[in-house]
Design a protein around this ligand. Structure first.
Ligand SMILES: N[C@@H](CCC(=O)N[C@@H](CS)C(=O)NCC(=O)O)C(=O)O
Length: 205
């Protein structure tokens, strides 16, 4: 049984989608980041970086409990632990990791900043300009790549699970998916997966 510490944001949903995809039983602990639960001492003992998601695997490596934060690391750990969505072939595995890093280093931070600046009442036009440009650049990369194959790394993988909940927030960063038809097709295909539907419902309120 895995303990999942999460909230209803893209990084949190990556972990719940993955747990649903690989079928590992888990218990949800909502960490309300709007009420600063992430700064409470008991949560900082799990993730000193005061962010969701985090997991505790009671049956971790060596049969001992294992605590892990950073959503990309959680996806890789759950893939390796379950043996699912984790290609045995080195070339394929690193293609998955490459697209996972593209999400962690590009999509997550850039879409996240764009969402933040678009949400502010007092608009910072310089910041909006910068992040809008970067968001559109990233959507163009996704659209071009997804025109050549169905999923980011070929087969459905943790790279798709990482990117999907960020694209779910496309309205927040003012992107019309219809303008990126290959991304829209990929998004709709992933949205139809039963495990993704269940994972997106977490945490239930
Ligand atoms: N790189 C981290 C980012 C996690 C992250 O930014 N989580 C946000 C929610 S999506 C959060 O917990 N924010 C609370 C805060 O910054 O205090 C990961 O991928 O796990």
């Amino acid at each position: 049984m895995i303990q999942l510490y999460t909230w209803g944001t893209p990084n949190g949903k990556k972990a719940s989608i993955m747990l649903e995809e690989v079928g590992i039983p888990y218990e949800v602990h909502p960490i309300n980041i709007g009420q600063n639960d992430q700064f409470k001492a008991e949560y900082l003992a799990i993730n000193p970086n005061n962010k969701i998601p985090a997991i505790i695997d009671a049956d971790g490596p060596g049969g001992k409990p294992f605590t892990l934060f950073e959503s990309g690391a959680i996806l890789m750990y759950l893939a390796e632990k379950s043996g699912k969505l984790w290609p045995a072939d080195l070339r394929q595995r690193y293609t998955v990791i490459q697209w996972l890093m593209f999400q962690m280093g590009g999509i997550g931070p850039m879409f996240g900043q764009a969402n933040y600046f678009y949400r502010q009442e007092e608009k910072n036009s310089g910041a909006i300009e910068r992040f809008k440009k970067e968001v559109l650049r990233l959507y163009n990369v996704l659209n071009k790549e997804l025109g050549q194959r169905e999923y980011l790394a070929g087969e459905y993988s943790i790279a798709d699970i990482a990117a999907y909940p960020w694209v779910w927030r496309h309205e927040m960063h003012q992107v019309k998916l219809e303008e990126f038809p290959n991304v829209k097709h990929w998004y709709d295909t992933i949205s139809a997966r039963p495990a993704v539907k269940r994972g997106m419902e977490i945490p239930k309120r």
